[in-house]
Design a protein around this ligand. Structure first.
Ligand SMILES: Nc1ncnc2c1ncn2[C@@H]1O[C@H](COP(=O)(O)OP(=O)(O)OP(=O)(O)O)[C@@H](O)[C@H]1O
Ligand SMILES: [Mg+2]
Length: 495
């Protein structure tokens, strides 16, 4: 059954077609070998016989029947496989080394294939022969022939060698086709098996990679990469669903309970109003949480990828800084802004603006009055000597985030214990992290000033430069705007 399946595979069919073409060409080669060996020998014999019989006919014309009989008798005595016979009219034997005229009729072309009793060591043996038959003047029959026993033996050897050659070619080819398709089928079957297991619900299964680096390995590698991506997305979706189920249920319950309690009491208009206002406030918070969750899911799923464009961050950073500067000052914080002209990156404006907003919001929220908050945009990676990147930094002089919590705070709904009394839902850094991932950027969290009692937080986004974009080709209007603004801010705000 399995073998029959093998015969249906594409590899097997391709191998068989190849085998057919190969066999046909092998057949042609062997046929030409036959034509040049056995065929050549046969033609050679015929030519010799033809020449000899013509010579004898000539002799007969010149020297008459006696002369011919003399020559034939002489040649017949020489032996060596040459056969002669001359018969007078009425089938009377005249001369020759054949005991009698062959019992076969001459063909229309004058050729005759017959057998005769050849003399061999210790007796007679029936041998095949071929001869030329000529009827001379006065009704004399002349036959000149050759013993073709040896030649036919060689010929049949050649034919059987050719036959077996083709048979062996066919058999080895067929075995090769089966082995080849078995290998291919085996490797495809591993892919099929993995797909079935995944469809069965085990999304963690992967196609085995052999490490040969061939096209099957490449296929397996690509499939695995695709599966990784799908698994990540699925986990993300599941996480969002879990988050909604757990973290949005309690505020909704709270709203519902408050409304129920208010309805049960004999309350006055003011109490109702107060309950409704609180409901609106909490609903707004719920809505913003929803929005943030969706934005994170969107960024993680890469849905915003279609709206990405080649852009430079200067304007965006300057605009956001301009918005947050008064907020910071209102809270008694010193605000710094330092924007350099940087190469273009590949980004989504809306998502990036939201990320910068979240970082500035945190810096301002968690830094107490008298502290400092700043934003900067520079060329190069996290170290001044690393090239080919753009780094956006938001820093503050607040309490900072302890090293052990720096991974945790990127998760959804994670808020540090000391932040319990400040408003927030713990989604800010999750969104920044998702936006970073969408832009293939790195989000680095570190101390702003490790030696200070309040180390502060330094959140840095390191973007890869958009390769295709020409730095000089950036829209001049945008650049001048951002330069102008950053210049202004650096001038007024920087110490
Ligand atoms: N600049 C900062 N300084 C000190 N701690 C910070 C800073 N930024 C974030 N954190 C800590 O990380 C936690 C997670 O931050 P995140 O922005 O994700 O949520 P949040 O600010 O609490 O709420 P949200 O941003 O959703 O309003 C915060 O609760 C806070 O404890
Ligand atoms: Mg926040």
């Amino acid at each position: 059954m399995q073998f029959l399946n093998l015969l249906r595979t594409t590899t097997f069919r391709v191998a068989v077609i190849y085998l057919a073409i190969f066999s046909a060409s092998a057949f042609l080669v062997l046929a030409s070998i036959y034509w040049n060996t056995a065929g050549f020998m046969a033609r050679q014999t015929d030519q010799t016989l033809d020449a000899e019989i013509r010579g004898l006919a000539e002799q007969y014309n010149q020297r008459g029947p006696r002369g011919l009989a003399d020559i034939v008798s002489r040649r017949a005595a020489e032996g060596g496989g040459s056969l002669y016979i001359i018969m007078a009219p009425g089938r009377r034997f005249v001369a020759g080394n054949l005991s009698g005229w062959p019992q076969v009729k001459t063909g229309a072309d004058g050729w005759i294939n017959f057998t005769y009793d050849a003399e061999v060591e210790g007796g007679f043996e029936r041998h095949a022969a071929r001869g030329r038959h000529l009827i001379l003047r006065n009704g004399i029959d002349l036959l000149v022939g050759r013993d073709v026993h040896e030649r036919q033996k060689i010929e049949s050897r050649i034919v059987s060698a050719l036959f077996w050659g083709i048979v062996i070619t066919g058999i080895t080819g067929l075995i090769g086709a089966v082995i080849m398709s078995r290998n291919m089928t085996y490797r495809i079957e591993t892919v099929n098996k993995t797909s079935r297991e995944i469809m069965g619900g085990d999304l963690s299964r992967r196609v085995p990679v052999k490490g040969t680096g061939d096209e099957m390995d490449e296929l397996a590698g690509n499939l695995n990469a695709m599966l990784d991506k799908i698994e990540r997305l699925m986990l993300g979706m599941r996480e969002v669903a879990d988050n909604i189920a757990h973290d949005l249920r309690s505020p909704l319950n709270r709203i519902r309970n408050r409304l129920e309690v208010t309805l049960m009491q004999e309350a006055d208009v003011d109490a109702y109003r107060e309950a409704l206002e609180m409901t609106i406030t909490e609903s707004d918070e719920l809505l913003s949480t929803f929005t943030a969750l969706l934005a994170i899911a969107r960024a993680e799923a890469g849905a915003a990828r279609e709206t990405m464009e080649s852009m430079e961050l200067g304007t965006l950073v300057a605009d956001t800084a301009e918005l947050y500067e008064p907020v910071a000052e209102e809270r008694g914080l010193k605000f710094h802004c330092d924007i350099e002209r940087t190469p273009r990156i590949w980004g989504n404006r809306e998502m990036l603006a939201q990320a910068v907003t979240n970082l500035l919001d945190n810096a301002i929220k968690y830094t107490s009055a008298g502290g400092e908050v700043g934003i900067s945009l520079k060329s190069g990676g996290p170290n001044d000597y690393s090239q080919g990147a753009v780094r956006l930094t938001v820093y503050d002089t607040g309490p900072g985030i302890p090293v052990i919590d720096r991974e945790k705070v990127r998760q959804r709904f994670v808020r540090l214990e000391r932040s319990r009394n400040t408003p927030g839902s713990g989604l800010g850094l999750s969104l920044v992290s998702a936006v970073a991932q969408l832009h293939e950027a790195r989000l680095l969290l570190s101390d702003n000033d490790p030696h200070s009692k309040t180390p502060g937080l330094r959140a840095m986004l390191v973007f890869p430069i958009h390769e295709g974009a020409d730095i000089q080709a950036s829209e001049p209007k945008d650049l001048s705007q951002s330069d102008h603004r950053s210049g202004e801010m650096t001038h007024t705000e920087n110490p």
